[in-house]
Design a binder for this molecule. Structure first.
Ligand code: ZN
Length: 264
């Protein structure tokens, strides 16, 4: 009984420390009020979550279109510094990163029915926010001739990319498959991001987008995450992607939202 209580307390302290690290008021945080990224409304927001009493950050719900987003939102200059310096720090040391492999397998399985649609001899696969590249590597197992490209702001995985022949994306290229796994919820303007994805497709190209499914109540580590600017339901996920020129082909609602799209 005593050892159970001790274990429970250690887990609780570890959880609170992790939460604190993610949510602490980071040095140099700059924020700005933004209009609704989906419908453009400048007022009529209801506060949904407030991370800490002293934090300027809030998650609001737009009264016009019901999109949830951070407002005020950290500035682009702050995010640039944060992603280059602090984001994902220490994540490789966490044994739970083994779950990335399972996540990659789930993505490859979900995309499997769409792979025969690709008629290119040498399919081009682009992953935006590729991180450690495991999603790209899992997809190449199903498309062995594929050329893999990453568009990743954080350059800490350069050696992994070189080892697996993953090249850096160039804007003049066009892709047969584009993957965004837990990336769309990080953009200040997700519609502009979806539009850039649409423009990067070859005719007939397929897009896979996965985001946290907020109505399933992800809990504070997702709801208050400093880098999560958007908090999608199925409805707002489809509205944002449609506004970016993407037509939904398939969607699955679980702990995450998985969507397959093509250019509208
Ligand atoms: Zn709105």
């Amino acid at each position: 009984m005593i050892s159970y209580l001790r274990r429970a307390n250690v887990a609780r302290v570890q959880f609170l420390l992790r939460l604190h690290n993610q949510l602490r008021h980071p040095r140099g945080l700059e924020v700005q009020e933004v209009p609704c990224p989906l419908c453009g409304a400048e007022s009529g927001f209801r506060v949904r979550y407030r991370p800490f009493l002293r934090s300027p950050l809030k998650v609001v719900v737009c009264g016009g279109c019901s999109l949830s987003f951070l407002n005020p939102m950290p500035t682009a200059a702050f995010y640039q510094r944060y992603y280059n310096r602090s984001y994902m720090e220490g994540r490789e040391d966490n044994p739970r990163t083994l779950s990335y492999k399972q996540q990659s397998e789930a993505i490859a399985s979900f995309l499997a029915p769409y792979i025969p649609l690709c008629r290119a001899d040498v399919p081009v696969i682009l992953e935006i926010g590729a991180a450690h590249g495991t999603n790209l590597i899992a997809l190449r197992e199903r498309l062995p001739t594929a050329q893999l490209y990453e568009d990743e702001i954080n350059r800490r995985w350069e050696a992994t990319y070189a080892q697996h022949g993953i090249r850096h994306w160039e804007p003049h290229l066009r892709a047969d498959f584009v993957v965004l796994a837990h990336v769309l919820e990080h953009f200040a303007n997700p519609i502009a991001a979806a539009r850039r994805v649409t423009e990067s497709l070859r005719p007939g190209g397929i897009v896979y987008i996965e985001v946290p499914h907020v109505p399933r109540d992800y809990g504070p580590t997702v709801m208050y995450h400093l880098t999560h600017t958007m908090y999608f339901s199925k409805e707002t996920f489809l509205a944002v992607t449609a506004a970016g020129g993407l037509e939904n082909v398939a969607i699955a609602e679980g702990e995450v939202l998985r969507g397959v799209f093509r250019a509208a």
